[in-house]
Each structure stands twice: as structure tokens, then as C-alpha cells.
Design a protein around this ligand. Structure first.
Ligand SMILES: Cc1cc2nc3c(=O)[nH]c(=O)nc-3n(C[C@H](O)[C@H](O)[C@H](O)COP(=O)(O)OP(=O)(O)OC[C@H]3O[C@@H](n4cnc5c(N)ncnc54)[C@H](O)[C@@H]3O)c2cc1C
Length: 468
């Protein structure tokens, strides 16, 4: 029998489930279809398991680096990865249960199975428990997310050649690892595995690591990795044809400026980006359009070319971030419910990377602003000059504010250092309310806190920083 709803959401990740909740809050009758686990990639194979493991890595490294200095004697400290993996799974399990509760609380009908279009507003669910269920709706939201991708000719075998999905379900550590790609995923794993005493080499085809970040941030991370002993090769191209597997691990040929180098490790982690999941949706039954990268094309309210069918999250490409997927899903739901939600400004999206030191940014980099012909003023302040960073033993890094020369408006913030992934919200809010660097400087920053770096960087825009 066909069930009828106002909205059917395909995919219960960070785009899909918040959208379902918002639609329900606004009075719509909602169904959510999830073929794997509610919470999606972010909860089960992305943001949460990585950060849980990074928390273990951070505690271990903090004890090793500063314990004794602070009078915490670390003699006898050992590390058990299987326990760290258990902690990872427990955190994921609690949040998974919380998400299931939210579905019940908001009266959302949840179908466990894979959804596909029969017609533009008719979805067939192949139920996990067996059989099919047809759902009809006024609106459909496609939130089917993404999966890891590989390099052409490089086959993932899930044993020696791995993706992030594979390493996040492993309960043991490799002794050595080559990581292809130095975007957020690549450097987070590099940082974490190095703290777990794994020998790590990062291979990046471009001329700098974290290449989407401000050049000064890339340079500082490279220096920091080098000091810690994480090997980084830039301008280096891995050749899938030169991959060899042995019973002790893998070797791969990498073309560098100095010639071909053969790297060997117990495993190879391919962290070169993601691809959208659209193949199983039978989009042919709709007028939904995709681009050459198979990303679904949408407008500013996330409407596809098929009336009443929306798409949000990784499946539309763009930022590939959970908090963006979340906002897109909320805007789509509000628009379906007849509201006029404010568009998401891509310049106000925070990018966060949880390596050590952390990286966070939003808006224009200095180079981008200058390339656009914008006159800019830069404020910069290092963590080593604020008391709290010294107290915490984390003096590495800085906050850099890019502001408009004449108006003082904050155009971008680029930060590397302790807890900048939390601190960046201050800059994003300033950007949202069209605040100036001078207004950030005017805001009273509590002492001693890491946030003082923001106030000082803002004062430095007018060369008025105090503590340097
Ligand atoms: C290792 C790693 C770390 C990350 N860390 C961060 C981070 O720290 N911060 C951050 O912001 N982002 C992070 N991300 C990115 C983040 O995980 C994604 O941006 C986010 O998960 C996108 O959400 P989504 O809902 O669009 O897609 P997904 O989370 O991929 O959810 C899509 C869901 O749809 C389901 N689905 C697919 N097809 C069907 C179908 N036909 N029928 C029913 N269900 C279907 C899938 O099973 C899945 O559950 C990380 C990613 C990775 C890989």
C-alpha cells in the first residue's frame, strides 16, 4: 500500500535528518528513508569517529609533551588503541541513539531501506527487512551524501589500500602509513596517526598542504609537521601503476621534483576527495540535473530542475562539510513549508580541520582578496603572546584577519592554533552582521582566554595590538 506524506527525505545524514525535523516542526507530515544508519557519514564514518580518536591522540600527546613540566608525572603511561577504538564506537553509539530518539520525538516515519524514484514524487523503498514500500509526497529531498573516491587506476582493496571508511572501523594501528592527499581528511589522519606513533608520509600533488587554506596557514602546518617528524612531500604525484603489494605492506612510486621516489608502508590511505551518491536513485525517472562531476544542480533554495524535488548536502557538491549540509537541509525544509529563509552565504561558511595545530577559516584569503582587486588591511596575532596559550603549552599558531581597507569590514579570518575550530565562530558572526575589525577589537575578550588572540588580531588591523 502506498503511504502519503508532505515530504519524503532520502538519506538520514546531516543534511537529511535535520531537514526532516524542521519540516515536522513546521507542520509537515514527514518520512525519512535511510539505507544504512541514521546520522550518515558524519556520525558513523566522518566527523565524530575521527574527532573521538583525535581526542585520544591529543590527550596522549599532551601528556607526553607537557605532563612532566606541569608536574603530572607520566611514568608508566601506555596507550591501547583498541580501547581508543572502543571509546570512538561508544561516542558514535550514544549519538546514534540520540538521533533515533529525535525521529520518534518529532513524529517522523523512518523507513530502513534504499529509496529510489519511480516517478518524480513517488519513491520506492527496498526495505532492509525485505519487501518494498511505496511512498508518495508533495516534496522530496535528496540527501544521499557521498562516498570516498580514488585515483583513476588505483583500486581500493580495503586491506592494504584503504579509504577513511576502512581506517575508521579498524581496531588496530598500522606501523606505517602513506597518505595520498593533504586536504582536511588527509592531515587529520596524518596528525592523529603520528601522535599514535605510526610512521606517516603525506603525498600532495599541489605545491602546498591544505591547499584551500591561506598560504601562511599551509606554511605553518608544514613547518609544524616537519618539526614533529611527519614527512610531507609536495609537488608529488603518486603513480597507481607503480603500486605493489607484498605480504609486508605496499610500495608506491611517487614522482617528485627530485625524480621518482618509491615509498613503502604497511598501508596506503587514499584521501583524495569524495564523490556524490546518485547512482542508485534512478534519477532518470525525474528531471533532476547533474553536472559533469555528478553533483545535483540546485538553486539557492536547493530546488532541483524537477518541481518539488530538492537536494542538499554532499550530493550537491560544494563545501562537503556537515554543518553546511545541515544548513542547506534546513533552508530547503523552510522553503517547502512556505517560509522565505535567508540564503546561505558561501563566504560565511567556516572550514575546520582538526589536525594539531587546528585550522579554521572563513571568507576570502589575503591572496583571493587582492586578486579581486580589493584593497585590504591585515591584522595578525600569534598565540605565543597570550597567557592562556602559554599556560596550556600550545603557543604555536596565529589568527589573521583580512579586512577591507576603507570600511574595515571583515572579509575573512584564517587561523591555525589551539581550539581555533571553536574560536572561528566569533569571526563568522562578525561577518554575518557585517561587523568590522574595529568592532571585534571593541568586544571585551575575557582574560586569560585563547579568544584574546582574536581581539589582538583585530587591533593589529590598525597596528594597535598591545601585547606584541
Ligand atoms: C573522515 C571524514 C571526516 C570528516 N570530518 C568532518 C568534520 O569534522 N566536520 C565537518 O563539517 N565535516 C566533516 N566531514 C564531512 C561530513 O561527513 C559530510 O559533509 C556530511 O556527512 C554530509 O552530510 P550528508 O547528509 O550530505 O551526507 P551523508 O552523511 O553521506 O549521509 C547520506 C546518507 O544517505 C544514505 N543514502 C544514500 N543513498 C540512499 C538511498 N538511495 N536510500 C536511502 N538512504 C540513502 C546514506 O546511507 C547516508 O546515511 C568529514 C568527512 C570524512 C570522510
Amino acid at each position: 500500500m502506498t503511504e502519503r506524506f508532505d515530504l519524503v527525505v532520502i538519506g538520514g545524514g546531516y543534511a537529511g535528518y535535520p531537514s526532516a525535523i524542521r519540516a515536522s516542526q513546521l507542520g509537515m507530515k514527514v518520512a525519512l528513508v535511510e539505507k544504512s544508519k541514521l546520522g550518515g557519514n558524519c556520525l558513523h564514518r566522518g566527523c565524530i569517529p575521527t574527532k573521538a580518536l583525535l581526542q585520544s591522540a591529543s590527550m596522549l600527546s599532551e601528556l607526553e609533551r607537557h605532563g612532566e613540566e606541569l608536574g603530572v608525572l607520566t611514568e608508566g603511561v601506555s596507550f591501547d588503541y583498541s580501547q581508543a577504538a572502543k571509546y570512538r564506537d561508544e561516542v558514535v553509539g550514544k549519538l546514534h541513539e540520540g538521533t533515533r530518539y529525535l525521529m520518534r520525538k518529532n513524529g517522523i516515519a523512518t523507513y530502513e531501506g534504499a529509496g529510489r524514484f519511480l516517478e518524480p514524487k513517488k519513491i520506492e523503498v527496498r526495505l532492509k527487512e525485505g519487501g518494498e514500500q511505496t511512498l508518495e509526497a508533495r516534496y522530496v529531498l535528496i540527501a544521499s551524501g557521498s562516498a570516498p573516491r580514488s585515483l583513476p587506476g588505483l583500486e581500493i582493496d580495503h586491506e592494504q589500500v584503504l579509504t577513511s571508511d576502512d581506517v575508521l572501523t579498524m581496531n588496530c594501528l598500522p606501523s606505517s602509513l602513506v597518505i595520498l592527499g593533504s586536504g582536511a581528511v588527509g592531515v587529520e589522519f596524518a596528525s592523529m596517526y603520528h601522535d599514535f606513533d605510526v610512521e606517516v608520509t603525506v603525498v600532495e600533488i599541489l605545491d602546498r598542504i591544505v591547499p584551500d587554506e591561506d598560504a601562511e596557514v599551509s606554511a605553518m602546518l608544514k613547518k609544524s609537521f616537519a618539526e614533529r617528524g611527519v614527512r610531507v612531500l609536495t609537488n608529488a604525484k603518486a603513480d597507481p601503476k607503480r603500486l605493489r603489494k607484498t605480504n609486508r605492506g605496499v610500495t608506491i612510486g611517487v614522482s617528485t621534483e627530485g625524480g621518482v621516489e618509491v615509498l613503502s608502508a604497511e598501508a596506503l590511505l587514499v584521501a583524495v576527495g569524495r564523490r556524490t551518491i546518485t547512482e542508485s536513485l534512478n534519477l532518470e525517472a525525474t528531471r533532476v540535473e547533474t553536472n559533469a562531476r555528478d553533483e545535483i544542480l540546485v538553486d539557492e533554495y536547493y530546488r532541483t530542475a524537477e518541481p518539488g524535488v530538492y537536494a542538499a548536502g554532499d550530493v550537491i557538491g560544494g563545501h562537503w562539510l556537515a554543518h553546511v549540509a545541515n544548513h542547506e537541509g534546513l533552508i530547503a525544509a523552510e522553503h517547502m513549508a512556505g517560509k522565505e529563509p535567508t540564503f546561505l552565504d558561501p563566504n560565511l561558511v567556516p572550514r575546520v580541520t582538526f589536525c594539531r595545530p587546528e585550522i579554521a577559516s572563513f571568507g576570502l584569503t589575503e591572496d583571493q582578496a587582492r586578486e579581486r582587486g580589493q584593497e585590504v588591511r591585515i591584522g595578525r596575532f600569534p598565540f605565543r603572546a597570550v597567557g592562556k596559550a602559554l599556560i596550556e603549552g600550545e603557543p604555536e599558531g596565529f589568527v589573521k584577519i583580512v579586512s577591507d581597507e576603507r570600511s574595515g569590514l571583515v572579509l575573512g579570518v584564517h587561523a591555525i592554533g589551539p581550539r581555533v575550530t571553536d574560536l572561528i565562530s566569533e569571526g563568522v558572526f562578525a561577518g554575518l552582521v557585517e561587523g568590522t575589525a574595529q568592532e571585534i577589537a571593541m568586544a571585551v575578550h575575557a582574560h586569560p582566554t585563547l579568544a584574546e588572540v582574536f581581539g589582538e588580531a583585530a587591533m593589529d588591523v590598525d597596528e594597535l595590538a598591545i601585547n606584541l
